[in-house]
Ligand binder design. Structure first.
Ligand SMILES: *[C@@H]1O[C@H](CO)[C@@H](O)[C@H](O)[C@H]1NC(C)=O
Ligand SMILES: *[C@@H]1O[C@H](CO)[C@@H](O)[C@H](O)[C@H]1NC(C)=O
Ligand SMILES: *[C@@H]1O[C@H](CO)[C@@H](O)[C@H](O)[C@H]1NC(C)=O
Ligand SMILES: *[C@@H]1O[C@H](CO)[C@@H](O)[C@H](O)[C@H]1NC(C)=O
Ligand SMILES: *[C@@H]1O[C@H](CO)[C@@H](O)[C@H](O)[C@H]1NC(C)=O
Ligand SMILES: *[C@@H]1O[C@H](CO)[C@@H](O)[C@H](O)[C@H]1NC(C)=O
Ligand SMILES: *[C@@H]1O[C@H](CO)[C@@H](O)[C@H](O)[C@H]1NC(C)=O
Ligand SMILES: CC(=O)N[C@H]1CO[C@H](CO)[C@@H](O)[C@@H]1O
Length: 870
């Protein structure tokens, strides 16, 4: 500033002198004024010749006359030789940078006025000395220690603006600066674009390997030889990962405003964007420390909006140009730099002023609107005070949901669209006064409109329905699932409270604030495997808005149920000679669990039984021959095991009664063979039992009831012997006479009572009748014989009713018992057939099995079982 002032005064003096000279020049004839121009390099030593005035004059001097030359005014820098007319430099060096201040435009010319004497040759000469710039000033940095901090993950290629242009007092190429970075090791380069200098990252930074890069920034001018200035450039690598603010425009913003612009009018707005979210994207704008105090006073920068407003207080010495370097700070990023250059124009025209009267309520100078205000809500009344009647108009800049509507010569600011707090919480509305052509902005005002929340959003569940599952036999107060609903409103209006719907079973509970659903009792899948109920999310606005979602809780199975046989003791009846792999019975097993826990395998515990379990069909089958005569009852144990882990099991007892089939013919035990012979004394009394036949039958019931009959004899004719069909006792019928003497062969049929076809065996009974008892020896029996009766099935008592009386009482009792057991048996068969009906029906069965087989009552059989089974 000092040199500038000094310079100004210098020029004022020169100007004064000039005016004096001009007045003088008016007195002399205009022809007597001429102008010469010399040029001299600045900073020359003393007594360097600049040029000669005389050379520029016509040789109009008479003989013997000598001309003398003289400067009109005193000056320090140039002397004029009175005689020769030569101009010389003095010990006061011509310093172009002092004589012509840096902002001086055009050539730097020292203007002097010389006069030529004597009077008869009087002439005024305007001497212009063009001071040529030499590269005598080295570039310099205002700060010789520049510090930057850069986040280590700032990507390669990022440009970081630095407000550290070097200065050079020379002009022209002598002040054209180029910049060079030394010791950067390839990490950084420096770039100059227009007015802004920036550091460019060339290689990925790694704070862990090098946290401070100490480099040298060199500015070199374009002189010959060139000069340079240096500054230390230290880059601190910050350990952070963040996006950094970036100014939307890298070009300097050039603004011209009238000096007398209204106070608080908006000059410009800088805008930087940070790709981060939330508070990481907050940007604070600040002036670079190099912005002068005067500029700061004149232009205030709003730290959050980046709006620069004009204070309106312009002093006479306020410089016309203001370079405002604005940093966008977002820790820990290095600040981004934008440059705003404001020129104060001395246009004396008064600009139109925008006057705002607010209609809507204000809070801290901001307009506050509820988000649900209708379209066309009036916000403010605006007026243009236009002293010079420019006839401009008011307009809103940019795309905002507000319009200006002319209103009795003023303007109403109205809402033009529905507002939504959830979309935009705040609007910066710029009102501009423009001239009639809408070309230039004459004035600009700014209204900040804040939107207040109204409860216009109901909570929203992220899913329409929610599903969760829990294993049965859960612990108490087990957390099931956390429901979350969001509400786009703010504060109370957005605060969500959860509750259970009216259809929720009492064992469920929900935490009103966290939405965590819990179950407070032990669940049993076998009772209920699915719970389907609603959960309500309500906000806290007035009135409150709510949303309902459906919750589906599936109860998962645990192996907590044993397999169950339908009874613990099964009783089945099968006929002997049952076919191999024939189905004995269906073994029903149930398991209340599900999945593998309910897959039941049934097996037989006894290893050596003629039965197998067919799990594929759930049937018990025969595995080998069943012979009632070997075993008429099988008691086996079965176990049912489910597929759970650990598995559960149940055992059941299965009793299988083997029903008789007439598969054994009677076996004659006595006499031993066909050749046994019995002597009968002739004196034997009639009616005496002379011989007995004893036969047995392995079968049971009627199948083992044996009857005897004489079916043939030798010799033919009337035989004195008769056989008791029930006991097999042979008795003498009449007194033996001599004609009876000799051998009697009786062919006896021993028959059982099986139906429909009894089984028989035959035996010869040989009786030798003689006067004396003598041993009887037999070697042969008759080959053929007289068949007494046709071989056929006979009722026990014969067909004639007259023969009934022959039956002894015991037989009738036996018959009654047999009838009774037959009834039980029929009932048993019905049971048995009921269980096996479908299978048995299709089976190829031997014909005799259709017969009704009476049961033989024995110690292994107990009628009590019948009661049990039924
Ligand atoms: C430059 O500044 C840094 C940090 O502010 C400091 O460490 C360094 O010593 C300074 N260098 C000079 C030459 O002043
Ligand atoms: C809801 O959950 C919160 C956070 O876990 C807890 O502090 C609060 O006690 C719970 N409320 C109920 C009623 O359990
Ligand atoms: C749950 O109940 C709702 C309403 O009663 C019904 O629409 C839905 O189908 C049910 N979901 C299931 C899986 O049963
Ligand atoms: C036994 O199982 C069969 C076939 O699975 C079924 O039809 C029948 O009803 C069951 N019987 C009982 C008593 O559960
Ligand atoms: C089968 O095993 C049970 C118990 O071990 C036993 O009481 C029963 O007599 C056995 N049955 C057969 C036919 O071996
Ligand atoms: C006795 O002879 C008859 C006829 O030859 C024969 O069928 C029967 O088996 C014989 N009985 C015995 C016990 O040898
Ligand atoms: C058959 O003979 C045996 C032996 O002599 C005798 O004990 C039995 O009482 C006789 N039976 C009849 C019905 O006479
Ligand atoms: C065949 C046989 O032994 N016959 C005898 C019958 O009895 C008389 C007299 O007692 C004997 O003389 C026979 O030999």
């Amino acid at each position: 500033m000092d040199y500038r002032k000094h310079c100004k005064m210098d020029w004022a003096r020169i100007l004064q002198n000039c005016i004096g000279m001009l007045l003088l020049a008016h007195m002399v004839s205009s022809e007597s004024v001429s102008e010469v121009t010399f040029s001299v390099k600045e900073e020359e030593d003393a007594s360097v010749s600049i040029g000669n005035i005389q050379q520029h004059l016509f040789p109009l001097v008479s003989n013997g006359d000598t001309l003398t030359y003289k400067f009109l005014e005193n000056n320090l820098y140039v002397t004029l030789d009175e005689i020769t007319g030569f101009l010389y430099t003095t010990k006061h060096k011509l310093d172009r940078e002092i004589l012509c201040p840096p902002d001086h435009l055009g050539d730097c010319v020292l203007q002097l006025n010389a006069i030529v004497m004597p009077d008869k040759y009087f002439k005024m000469i305007k001497v212009n000395i063009d001071i040529e710039d030499i590269n005598d000033n080295a570039p310099y940095f205002l700060e010789n220690n520049i510090s930057l901090s850069i986040s280590e993950n700032t990507p390669v290629g990022t440009t970081i603006g630095i407000d550290h242009l070097a200065l050079d007092k020379d002009t022209g190429t002598n002040s054209m600066l180029t910049y060079l970075l030394e010791n950067s090791d390839g990490f950084f380069s420096i770039a100059l674009e227009g007015e802004s200098l920036s550091v460019i990252i060339e290689k990925p930074l790694d704070r862990e390997s090098l946290d401070v890069h100490q480099m040298k920034l060199i500015a070199t001018d374009g002189g010959h030889p060139s000069l340079s200035g240096t500054a230390a450039l230290n880059v601190q690598v910050e350990d952070a990962n963040d996006n950094c603010p970036v100014f939307t425009s890298t070009e300097p913003i050039l603004v011209t405003i009238p000096e007398n612009a209204a106070a608080d009018s908006i000059v410009a707005q800088v805008h930087a964007a940070d790709a981060d979210l939330g508070s990481n994207a907050d940007i604070i704008y600040s002036y670079s420390p190099r912005v002068s105090a005067a500029s700061r006073e004149l232009f205030s920068l709003h730290p959050s909006s980046g709006i620069i407003t004009f204070s309106g207080v312009v002093e006479t010495e306020t410089p016309p140009e203001h370079k405002l370097s604005v940093f966008a700070n977002s820790a820990p990023c290095p600040p981004a730099l934008a440059v705003v250059i404001v020129y104060l124009s001395q246009d004396t025209n008064q600009q139109p002023v925008i006057d705002i009267s607010y209609i809507a309520s204000l809070d801290n100078d901001d307009v506050v609107l509820k988000e649900n205000v209708p379209v066309n809500t009036a916000i403010a009344l605006l007026d243009v005070i236009d002293p010079h009647n420019i006839k401009g108009s008011l307009n809103i800049e940019g795309d905002v949901p507000f319009i200006l509507k002319p209103h009795h010569g003023k303007y109403l600011l109205l809402t033009s669209k529905p507002l939504d707090f959830e979309l935009d919480k705040q609007y910066n509305v710029f009102i501009v006064a423009q001239d009639a052509n809408q070309k230039s902005v004459l004035n600009k005002r700014f209204i900040r409109i804040r939107v207040n929340d109204v409860n216009d959003n109901a909570p929203r569940f992220s899913q329409r329905s929610v599903e969760a599952s829990i294993e049965e036999n859960n612990g108490l107060d087990t957390p099931l699932i956390r429901l979350t609903a969001t509400d786009a409103d703010s504060d109370q209006n957005g605060q969500v409270v959860y509750s259970l719907g009216p259809d929720a079973p009492p064992m469920f509970a929900i935490n009103t604030s966290t939405g965590e659903l819990t179950v407070s009792s032990v669940l049993d899948r076998e009772q209920q495997d699915l719970y389907n109920f609603t959960v309500v999310a309500a906000d806290q606005g007035t009135p409150s808005l709510e949303t309902v979602t459906t919750v589906l809780i599936r109860v998962l199975d645990q192996n907590d149920n044993r397999p169950l046989f339908i009874t613990n003791e099964f009783t089945f009846f099968i006929p002997e000679n049952f076919p191999r792999l024939g189905e004995v019975a269906i073994i029903n097993v149930t398991d209340a669990d599900t999945g593998p826990n309910s897959k039941v395998m049934v097996s037989i515990l006894n290893s050596t039984v003629p039965f197998v379990m067919d799990n594929a069909r759930g049937t018990l089958r025969c595995s080998s021959d069943i012979d009632r005569e070997t075993a008429d009852i099988h008691e086996i144990w079965m176990v049912a095991i489910d597929g759970g882990n650990p598995a559960l099991s149940t055992t059941a007892k299965v009793t299988i009664f083997v029903l008789d089939i007439n598969d054994n013919p009677p076996k004659v035990l006595l006499p031993k063979n066909n050749f046994s012979c019995l002597p009968i004394p002739a004196s034997t009394a009639p009616g005496a039992t002379v011989a007995e036949i004893y036969a047995i039958d392995m079968d049971a019931g009627m199948n083992s009831v044996i009857s005897y009959k004489i079916i043939g004899k030798e010799a033919p004719g009337l035989s004195p012997f008769k056989i008791d069909s029930l006991t097999g006792n042979i008795t003498l019928q009449e007194k033996l006479l001599t004609n009876h003497y000799g051998m009697h062969h009786l062919f006896i049929q021993v028959s059982d009572g099986g139906l429909p076809k009894p089984l028989q065996s035959t035996i010869w009974i040989n009786l030798f009748v003689n006067e004396t008892l003598s041993p009887c020896v037999l070697n042969t029996v008759p080959e053929g014989f007289f068949q007494e009766q046709p071989l056929e099935m006979q009722n026990l008592c014969g067909r004639e009713s007259s023969e009934i009386q022959c039956l002894p009482l015991t037989f009738i009792v036996g018959l009654a018992m047999m009838t009774a057991s037959l009834i039980f048996f029929v009932a048993g068969i019905c049971m048995f057939r009921k269980a096996t009906v479908s299978n048995l029906r299709n089976m190829n069965r031997p014909a005799h099995e259709d017969a009704e087989i009476p049961l033989k009552l024995n110690q292994n059989y107990d009628t009590r079982d019948w009661v049990d089974v039924q």
